[in-house]
Ligand binder design. Structure first.
Ligand code: NAD
Ligand code: ZN
Length: 352
């Protein structure tokens, strides 16, 4: 679990005082910041960089890759004699995961792809701080850093992955475009649905999952919240949704969305929405709620994304989805292989 967290509108301004005691002589803080903030002087001035601190802007055109982590780590090692005092990730799930992985690869040999899996990371990473600027993924609280590698899209799941400190300032999410707000917010809703309806469910996951699920319904299905309340509540929903899957698993939507992502580069939030829209058979009540939310907020969910796939692409998509064994076990139980056949998956993908 994340040992330290602060929450509140404007809390971002406490970052310099949080970092000061962690600064080691001659060792910089490295800030990985979503490049959407590149021209935002007002925002960047609030970082108060000092000495040899370094600011790296990260493009989120594509989701993080193992290769990208390896390059950043190599550059840091080449540029600085001392191991950094800390890594600060500021952005959405993409940047938050990238920063977690960079912190781990600074203290663990080899490539990030060597650590895609469960509990493969040997050493504690460099001190790392996560600051979300869009809410929903739960990446700020989770024990994984999801990366696309040469062979698979899979997280660095380990006890060393969670942030040492998180700063939750709902004001930072102010500029998020509406569609993106919805897609990433739905990632949270879907985390809850998949956790609460999974066979891995237990009291720990349920307690967080139910809270996040209720918050999502309040945010996306009622119109009685102010923008400020909605931002704050979605930030906490994301946190609780992330906590819920920490002790359970995600399910059908995530497994299939990983296939889309690997083959077509579909982003996580929108990919989950594309898939979830067609999962009535597995999550009837919640797919109906989802459709209501889409309608209420007038969101467009892309259609027919699989209609022009080559046979190889379709096969690869199915391979990727089926490789996520724990997700299927959670969603469908021990007999999942009899239920989710290759033909069944193909038929579902063709609807999307
Ligand atoms: P993202 O990080 O890709 O960001 C989405 C878009 O929103 C980007 O264009 C970004 O520039 C923009 N954005 C972010 N903050 C903004 C702001 N304040 N104002 C304006 N624009 C802003 O998307 P995401 O949905 O947050 O994250 C998706 C990633 O998270 C995927 O890589 C996925 O694999 C990962 N993920 C990780 C976990 C985990 O537990 N580690 C869980 C779910 C998803
Ligand atoms: Zn997700």
């Amino acid at each position: 679990m994340v040992p330290k967290v602060i929450f509140g509108s404007g809390s971002f301004d406490q970052l310099p005082s949080i970092l000061a005691p962690k600064r080691k002589d001659k060792a910089p803080f490295i800030y990985l910041v979503d490049d959407v903030f590149k021209k935002n002087e007002e925002f960047l001035n609030r970082l108060h960089l000092r000495f040899n601190d370094k600011l790296l802007f990260v493009s989120t055109m594509e989701e993080p890759k193992t290769e990208q982590v390896d390059t950043i780590v190599k550059n840091i090692k080449n540029e600085f004699t001392y191991q950094p005092s800390g890594i600060i990730g500021i952005g959405g799930g993409s940047v938050l995961d990238l920063a977690k992985a960079v912190s781990l690869l600074l203290t663990n040999k080899g490539s990030a792809s060597d650590y895609q899996g469960w509990d493969l990371v040997k050493n504690k990473g460099v001190y790392h701080v996560g600051i979300p600027t869009i809410s929903g993924t739960g990446a700020e609280v989770s024990r994984t850093a999801i990366l696309t590698g040469p062979e698979k899209k899979l997280g660095l799941n380990s006890d060393f992955t969670p942030y040492d400190q998180v700063v939750l300032d709902p004001d930072l999410t102010k500029g998020v475009p509406k569609d993106q707000w919805f897609y990433t917010g739905m990632d949270c809703f879907i985390h809850c649905v998949e956790s609460l309806n999974g066979t891995f469910l237990n009291a720990f996951s349920e307690s967080y999952g139910e809270k996040a699920y209720d918050l999502c319904k309040e945010i996306f299905l009622t119109e009685n919240l102010t923008d400020e309340e909605s931002r704050a509540k979605l930030m906490m929903a994301s946190w609780h949704g992330g906590m819920s899957i920490a002790y359970s698993q995600v399910g059908v939507a995530h497994a299939m969305s990983y296939g889309l992502s690997y083959v077509l580069g579909t982003k996580h939030g929108v990919g989950n929405c594309i898939v979830f829209d067609h999962l009535e058979e597995y999550y009837p009540k919640d797919v109906a709620l989802f459709k209501e939310m889409v309608k209420l907020h007038d969101i467009t969910i892309p259609q027919d994304v699989c209609s022009n796939l080559t046979e190889d692409q379709m096969e690869k998509m199915i391979d990727i989805a089926l490789s996520l064994v724990p997700l299927w076990e959670n969603a469908l139980g021990d007999d999942w292989e009899a239920i989710m056949t290759r033909d069944k998956l193909r038929a579902l993908y063709l609807k999307m």
